[in-house]
Write a protein that binds this ligand. Structure first.
Ligand code: GSH
Length: 199
């Protein structure tokens, strides 16, 4: 598989972290691209022109980080990131969706906030930050139950938090959500996160 990514995309970071945590990173051909290259290269793979986008050895496209991460997880039976069945499978996928949704909200808030005066809608910024705040409150309650070895849910949450801090979208979140912040401080020490730090 060849995977195209930009270095600060939280969704692409999920794939990079997942591959590292699985120990299959060397089975993927990684291609870091700029935003300009994304516009040139990615439409041929993904009509939505988003990263991550991947191409299998067969030439078939693989789109969207949950699908690409599930593929990465299928490359080996060791260190499964998505349980095969049972309640745990749905809990992991739901936590991944919540992490991805937090990422969406902070990206939308940050993009709207960067628009010039007169074009920016404060209502849109506030609505997206409200979603982020609700997600953080839910995650703060769940953080004590997070898996010690991160599975796909924890990886998605940490990648979204990484982007949120990178863009400084919710400046005081660590004080407001201390349990989540304490967990996040620890997960950032893992090699997979150090190597994929967006800064
Ligand atoms: N649901 C997608 C979201 C991917 C996404 O939004 N990627 C952003 C970068 S963080 C992107 O490529 N945006 C370009 C655009 O929307 O035109 C996933 O999980 O992979």
């Amino acid at each position: 598989m060849k995977c195209y990514y930009t270095t600060n995309s939280p969704y692409a970071r999920k794939v990079r972290v997942a591959a590292h945590e699985k120990g299959v990173s060397d089975q993927v051909e990684w291609q870091a691209i700029t935003r300009e290259e994304r516009a040139e290269i990615v439409p041929g793979i993904n009509p939505l022109v988003k990263v991550p986008s991947a191409v299998l050895d067969s030439g078939a496209p693989l789109l969207d980080s949950p699908v690409i991460c599930a593929y990465v997880d299928s490359l080996s039976n060791d260190r499964k990131l998505i349980p095969d069945e049972g309640d745990e499978r749905w809990a992991v996928l739901t936590l991944e969706a919540l992490g991805d949704g937090l990422g969406e909200a902070v990206i939308a808030a940050s993009q709207e906030d960067q628009r010039p005066d007169g074009e920016r809608s404060q209502a849109v910024v506030d609505r997206q930050k409200g979603k982020a705040e609700n997600a953080l409150a839910t995650l703060d309650k769940q953080a004590g139950d997070f898996n010690d070895r991160p599975l796909m849910g924890e990886i998605a949450v940490a990648c979204a938090l990484g982007y949120m801090e990178f863009r400084d979208v919710m400046p005081n979140w660590r004080e407001t959500f201390p349990a989540l912040a304490a967990w996040y401080t620890e997960i950032l020490k893992r090699e997979s996160f150090v190597l994929s730090d967006p800064s």
